[in-house]
Design a protein around this ligand. Sequence first.
Ligand code: FDP
Length: 321
Amino acid sequence: MAKIGIDLNRFILEEERKYPEATGSLSIALMAIESAAKIIASHVRMAGLADILGQAGKVNVQGEEVQKLDELSNEILIRHLSDSGQFYALASEELDEPIFPPQGVDANYVIAFDPLDGSSNIDVNVSIGTIFSIHRRVTGTADDFLQEGYKQVAAGYIIYGSSTMFVLTTGNGVNGFTLDPAVGMFLLSHPDMKIPEKGKIYSINEANAKKWTDPNLVKYIETLKDEGYTTRYIGSMVADVHRTLIKGGMFGYPADRKNTSGKLRLLYEAAPMAFIIEQAGGKATDGKTDILQIKPTDIHQRTPVFLGSKKEINQLLEFIG
Ligand code: FDP
């Protein structure tokens, strides 16, 4: 197991050395995400100040235009990922169509990302995050985004919370790195993360219960209440999943009459989070199928999501599966 305190760059390079056939391409790709994440984190930390300045005159003291943080995060990621030359194509929640950066014509990977998830929480100073999912280039077309989640080469999220943390899997367990702002490095703080077999928390927007399309879901939640569970729901997927990973329990966003396929996006929300949770020993399902087995048909498709500790997800499947 890697040593606590080792920085993310070194960790990535040491992982690469375990595979003599590795070209170093994935390492450069992950380091590009890391650089973008540090820059986004520094902007997130200024969010309240930038808003004040923005309202005053739409330009900040340096005379730069103040941008909405989610658009800015998208641009930062596109620039860093394109310039890395390691991505043949980029898909983002903020883009209708994928981008094919000229620097990446010969690259091996495609990446789908949500630049700033939970953005409705920016103005109220609640944790938000960036989520990404990397697949191998197979056909060299946009169809490469439509691969099942189990084929992900790497996935992760960066949570901008009480500290900034980078949680990463390359299919070899899950490791969490905390940004030390004094030195500007992500340092390994949570090696080999494992989700508890069982938790005490369920996390779901229960205000939608009357609209849920599967009434058995209500019965499941009532059972959890009878068993003494408590509820936590931040409404920011990265934050809710991060807590679930550390404390166990269940996080869900089901289908309802308004969101008939759920609300969360398969490619850059559900699948990468499912990969992390399963790599940490948990489970993720849409209620019928393991999230990682779903073959996408559209880059922006939505899916119901339930993920968390094995005990809670197995119990859920007894009600709705
Ligand atoms: P947001 O709309 O703030 O971007 O992906 C969308 C998302 O946040 C998730 O982060 C979050 O889990 C979910 O929506 C919250 O949705 P509800 O407000 O409908 O509960």
